[in-house]
Design a protein around this ligand. Structure first.
Ligand code: A2R
Length: 321
């Protein structure tokens, strides 16, 4: 039996490439010199797509794949895919939720502690030989802080659970109040920012969250405020953030995600009072393997006629008629 044809939009983990090659004829877009010509040549055969955030999967690409039925995407965020368009055009989109909750929550707590207690700075201080001269200055603390979570979803709840164990009060903002959580809900982001001294972002990217953390929100967070972002860079107006940090409108920031990754504004890199991670939220061997397996399993169960395992909300399965 002929293997179905699959388009891989960019280099993916070896285990994904190896396992998919056993089941599909894999067409590697990134290896083609003439990508347009390559797509034209293989497009009619393609029934499945495996993607990361390397390529924008918008109507321009998807409409060229008339027989594509599934896009299996690596990662829980899928703002690089126009999932609403996919749903309207008979393509199911899958992502890799849940398997990374604990890892990203661990990273969020690590980043928060690093930012509040200045741990990366203390490491630099020791290596520079400055401890021989005098002790590192006293840092801020998590002890008198209240954390406002923007996006109390799967990962947000895993973060909240850790903060509870640390004895740190948690409140949240989202588009709607959740009836089954004990944390206080704020209907507006600016209202929550005013009441907390840590704003922790773990909301998705896309149009509805674009730059919702803006100058007004940062001013509300205030001079003792700390911004932590493990969601998407696009949620924050990065220019407004740089300005707020330069003018001490807020105290500091811990960022794992940026607007134009892997490019990070030189102004942020030059600042000693921020902590910057290269988008490592889920990046352990254990968790990336689990995410990779879910990318593979979605494609295989779908090809077997059993439907996708983790379709996104815009493309429910079975499809709405
Ligand atoms: O708005 P709600 O009540 O549906 O809450 C969701 C919230 N959220 C938003 N909050 C404010 N304004 C918005 N426009 C907005 N859109 C969504 O974000 C929900 O509580 C949370 C997302 O939770 P989950 O869908 O369970 O996502 P998960 O697995 O926690 O991952 C969150 C994000 C990913 O999309 C990646 O960007 C990143 O973390 O790794």
């Amino acid at each position: 039996m002929d293997k179905p044809d699959l388009l891989m939009t960019g280099p993916m983990m070896a285990m994904i490439q190896e396992q998919l090659a056993q089941r599909f004829t894999v067409h590697k877009l990134w290896e083609a010199e003439d990508r347009d010509g390559f797509i034209d040549a293989v497009a009619p055969k393609i029934t499945a797509v495996a993607s990361g955030s390397h390529v924008i999967c918008g109507p321009a690409l998807m409409s060229r794949l008339p027989n594509a039925k599934i896009i299996s995407s690596f990662g829980v965020g899928y703002d690089h895919i126009d999932a609403a368009w996919a749903g309207q055009n008979g393509i199911v989109v899958t992502n890799t939720p849940d398997v990374l909750n604990e890892e990203v929550a661990d990273t969020a707590l690590g980043l928060l502690l690093c930012t509040v207690r200045e741990f990366p700075q203390t490491d630099r201080y020791l290596r520079a030989g400055k401890w021989l001269e005098k002790p590192y200055p006293l840092s801020g603390t998590l002890r008198d802080r209240k954390v406002g979570i923007l996006g109390l979803g799967r990962i947000g709840k895993a973060i909240a659970k850790r903060l509870e164990a640390f004895g740190v009060p948690v409140v949240y903002h989202g588009r709607s109040e959740q009836t089954d959580v004990a944390y206080r809900y704020y209907p507006t982001l600016v209202g929550m920012a005013r009441d907390v001294n840590v704003l922790l972002i773990v909301a998705p990217g896309g149009a509805s969250t674009h730059h919702i953390v803006n100058r007004e929100v940062l001013e509300a967070l205030g001079p003792d405020g700390i911004l932590i972002n493990v969601g998407r860079g696009s949620v924050v107006d990065e220019k407004a953030l740089v300005e707020a940090l330069e003018t001490k409108t807020i105290r500091s920031a811990g960022l794992d995600v940026f607007e134009d990754e892997p490019r990070v504004p030189a102004e942020l890199i030059a600042m000693d009072h921020v902590v910057l991670f290269p988008h490592v939220g889920s990046a352990s061997v254990h968790t990336r393997n689990a995410m990779a397996q879910l990318v593979i399993d979605n494609l295989i169960t779908f090809a077997d006629g059993k439907g996708p395992l983790t379709p996104v909300v815009e493309t429910p399965w079975p499809p709405r008629s």
